[in-house]
Write a protein that binds this ligand. Structure first.
Ligand SMILES: [Cu+2]
Length: 511
């Protein structure tokens, strides 16, 4: 790695950090005894051949011992909280049976997976309690860390809060030959960053904690573990960081300002490795980093902080020397060219609290907000019209595609915004330009990934047509979903209370 520059900057606008929000919930130092980090097992395929992989993913309710005392009622995939890590190999045909054993409908959204709209798992594809469905697709995208989470409108935030989120890892032949840690569970682990508030008897209470700008809790929870430590037994450790929180931004740094190397972002390796001492993640963003513990000896404790709160410990043990060097180039972008005829699509993210909107509208399941042909490339100019003073960073996410970040207000993107991305934090009063193309047809959502903003209507949808195979897409309607939720919860539909509803009510809008 020839570029020795080490960045010590979070890059985003400091006045827009969540720490300045009126409703900010600071993280608190945990007084729980250190617990070994839960590293989710890899989900075992039901069957795997040279060409195909078969999985079953079950959304289920359960109880989890998170804190001393009473177990917490939680939801998860194939386990009581979060889920096992799902591995897809590039080039294989994937068959996933998704089963819903929850008391209410859900969807299975594969965040970052390059698939058609019917597989993507947005709000038009509910799976009702007791039902299952088989998803068939080919995995054809670069190695990356993706995730699976629930996405039923307008209850995405509450379901993710209950625990419906898990890491998905795509492997390919290119990544496989790079000198990177990849011994899962030993020197290559997912790190799902979330926060929760524990109420009486260690329970979560989404409605008590509800905030239209995003639900937060004072306790950092990493892979479902409070005050975790990880036993380091290798010189280099690869962390697949995911901001899986509903609202929280993570501003990460290690003790001793230990530098680390970011190797991957949302949807691929970065084009070049970048060295940092500080890294900010907004909701749903991923960063794979490699930490080199060569300067430490057995018995040392390296601490990971968010802002000034310790959230995780790395206990150093004996390890073998590993001075392998990364190549300068990790990934080559092969994206459609932009010409002066490339269409430009402007969109505006506005508001905070209940007033959030995209292009002055709240999400409507039955309205198509944009169209783009499969295979064609457009420049999306996305503006956050919040004020620099008092405004917030909105993490903008698109389903069904990756994008390349062209610039931020005409300036170069941040140094780790190379490679393929699907989520980008946009500062107040800033416009980012993205190169956007779709490889699959369908209806896809684009929205703020502060999940309460998404439920509150800061979301829109695009219809992507395959010009060679025109299709008619079925759109769900909100009444059908609301009636189903009401029935499942045993209440009249007028008495149904789902997170995003208050945002529409307050604006006198129908959901
Ligand atoms: Cu937002």
């Amino acid at each position: 790695m020839s570029n020795q520059q080490v960045y010590n900057d979070y890059f985003f606008y400091e006045p827009a950090f969540n720490t300045h929000d009126g409703g900010y919930v600071p993280l608190e130092v945990s007084d729980v005894a250190p617990q070994k980090l839960r590293v989710p097992e890899l989900l075992k395929p039901d069957r795997e051949t040279d060409t195909d992989m078969y999985y079953t993913v079950i959304a289920q309710a359960g109880e989890t011992n998170i804190l001393p005392g009473k177990p917490t009622k939680t939801w998860g995939y194939n386990q009581s909280l979060l889920g096992k890590t799902i591995l897809f190999k590039r080039g294989k045909n994937i068959h996933v049976t998704v089963k819903n054993e929850l008391p209410e409908l859900t969807t299975y959204h594969w965040h970052g997976l390059s698939v058609s709209g019917d597989i993507d798992g947005g709000c038009h594809t509910p799976v009702y309690p007791g039902e299952s469905k088989v998803l068939n697709f080919k995995c054809d995208q670069p190695a990356a860390t993706l995730w699976l989470h629930a996405h039923p409108c307008p209850s995405t935030a509450e379901q993710v809060w209950h625990g419906l989120a898990t890491a998905v890892v795509v492997k390919d032949e290119h990544e496989a030959i790079l000198p990177l840690p990849r011994n899962y569970g030993v020197d290559d682990i997912p790190v799902i960053l979330q926060d929760r508030r524990f109420h009486e008897d260690n329970q979560w209470d989404y409605h008590a904690d509800y905030d239209p700008d995003g639900v937060q809790g004072p306790t950092a929870m990493i892979n479902g573990t409070i005050n975790p430590y990880f036993d380091v037994t290798t010189q280099k450790l690869r962390l697949r960081l995911l901001d899986g929180a509903n609202r929280r931004e993570w501003r990460l740094h290690f003790s001793d300002d230990l530098k680390f190397t970011q190797i991957a972002g949302d949807g691929s390796l970065l084009t070049h490795p970048v060295q940092f001492t500080h890294l900010m993640l907004t909701c749903a963003e991923r960063a794979e980093i490699v930490v080199d513990f060569s300067g430490y000896k057995p018995g040392d404790d390296v601490i990971l902080y968010s802002d000034d709160v310790p959230i995780m410990h790395f206990r150093i043990h004996e390890f073998e020397k590993d001075d392998s060097k990364l190549p300068d180039t990790l990934f080559t972008m092969d994206t459609p060219a932009v010409t002066k005829n490339t269409p430009v699509h402007h969109i505006v993210m506005s508001g905070m609290d209940e007033e959030v909107a995209i292009d002055d509208k709240k999400f409507n399941m039955e309205r198509i907000d944009a169209k783009q042909e499969m295979g064609s490339c457009e420049i999306w100019e996305v503006t956050n019209t919040n004020d620099c003073e008092g405004g917030m960073v909105h993490p903008y996410h698109m389903h069904g595609c990756f994008f390349e970040v062209l610039d931020r207000d005409g300036k170069k993107p941040y140094p780790n915004e190379t490679g393929l991305k699907d989520t980008i934090g946009i500062n107040p009063n800033e416009t980012v330009r993205l190169k956007v193309w779709f490889d699959h047809p369908g209806i896809f959502m684009y929205h703020c990934h502060i999940i309460e903003h998404e439920d509150g209507g800061m979301m829109a949808q695009i219809q992507v047509d395959d010009p060679k195979h025109p299709q008619k897409f079925h759109l769900m309607d909100m009444d059908t979903l609301m009636n189903a939720f009401a029935k499942e919860r045993g209440v009249a539909v007028e008495d149904l209370h789902l997170g995003g509803m208050s945002c529409y009510d307050k604006m006198n809008m129908k959901m």
